[in-house]
Design a protein around this ligand. Sequence first.
Ligand code: SF4
Ligand code: SF4
Length: 498
Amino acid sequence: MRSLVLPEFTIFRSDECDGCRACEHQCPFGAHTYDASNDKMVSDSRRCAGCQRCAVFCPKGAIEIRPSPSFYRPNASWSRERIEDIKRQAESGGVLLTGCGSDKPFRIYWDHMLLNASQVTNPSIDPLREPMELRTFLGSKPERLLLGDDTDTGRDPFLMLETPILFSAMSYGAISYNAFQALAIAASRSGTFFNTGEGGMPAEMRSRFKKQTIVQVASGRFGIDAEYLNCAAAVEIKIGQGAKPGIGGHLPGEKVSQHVAATRMIPEGTDAISPAPHHDIYSIEDLEMLISAIKEVTNYEKPVIVKVAAVHNISAIASGIVRAGADILAIDGVRGGTGAAPKVIRDNVGIPIELAISSVDRRLRDEGIRERCSIIAGGGIRCSADVVKAIALGADAVYIGTAALIAMGCTLCQRCYTGRCSWGICTQDPELVRRLNLDDASQRLVNLLSAWSHEIKEMLGGMGINAIESLRGNRDQLRGVGLHEWELDVLGIKGAGE
Ligand code: SF4
Ligand code: SF4
């Protein structure tokens, strides 16, 4: 059936093009071909995903990818997206899939909160000359101050991070082996952690990265056995994720290579389907049993994280999770990324992470259980200022996923679900995977964390704070701009000028 959808992008080729065919080699969607009869390159804009790979790698700088100037007759009720979604579904008869986080114009609360800075009476601190502490401990904290010999007894296991930023769960299978390894190397060099996601951990990586790994237990239970759980610094039970709350996952058989299959402990080439619920968790008591079982099998040496999507009753859900014995609660907001999700779920289910952090932190404080559990916030962290604001709202640390992919080369083309990622990140095609240089990718990630850490220190110093721990839940350092009264109320902050 011929597609009736207009091209999203238009490929422009200037006279500088000398027919070297680099663009043809770079485009995994077949948008560039060489016309031998006319001895020139030709482009098919209909195939273009807007990944910008050809534009970056054209040695002559001859290619420009622009949004297509073609349009449907403007209609206030029927946007271009609504018209094209209907056309695509009329052609396929199926659920529309997409990758990355939602691109809907939900209010980004980070951009409506401003930070404080010291003036006159409470002097700021110069981070270049005075020590600043970003070291962060995640896990259940003791209820009383431990002194002397007490510190050696009965202390719950914890994670120690040199900066309050972790790489969020991205499974091997959804991302390439090179991308997976780059995250592990960068976590190791930066004193933080990466997360295996639900795809298991390749056997040859286990001992090398054991101290930097968070292993995930998701509903599909791929690649999980006692050895896997013990090859980590922490274990995360994934109940939900921000990009697709309430539904399961699906890794198509084409992405299940021999190595992915061995890691996931499933047959090569078969679809890896994660059910929506864990079939052994239907209550807080069931969750408590799984947390206990994981602690038992890991000899009570590793903190257990429970990850949930930010949804309407998130503060009550968080309270139940803490009471079930989780050491760390990870909350993933509506703008969280993914390799593949139904578009209708990604764009319509969940709540922003900013509102979730604040309501959870305050509920746990009100119930007197905040110190039993650390909070990691994810799903929409784009820069160091977002990290600082998340911690001021009540998080202990943040997960970054999309930002890490962008650091490695991702251009947010949202075609991850096709398995044809031009940048070698979200693919299992050996030729495409080779495009992601391991040293280069891991160095970019290390640089990103280093840059953000410097910036966090600058912002802390400006507030006159010399340790990130002192910022946690310190909402007085935030003021809202352009927000309604109810939004200020949920965030627990004053308006600017108050
Ligand atoms: S899909 Fe990417 S590589 Fe292919 S033409 Fe479009 S921008 Fe270029
Ligand atoms: S990971 Fe690759 S396919 Fe996915 S959005 Fe980024 S560039 Fe596109």
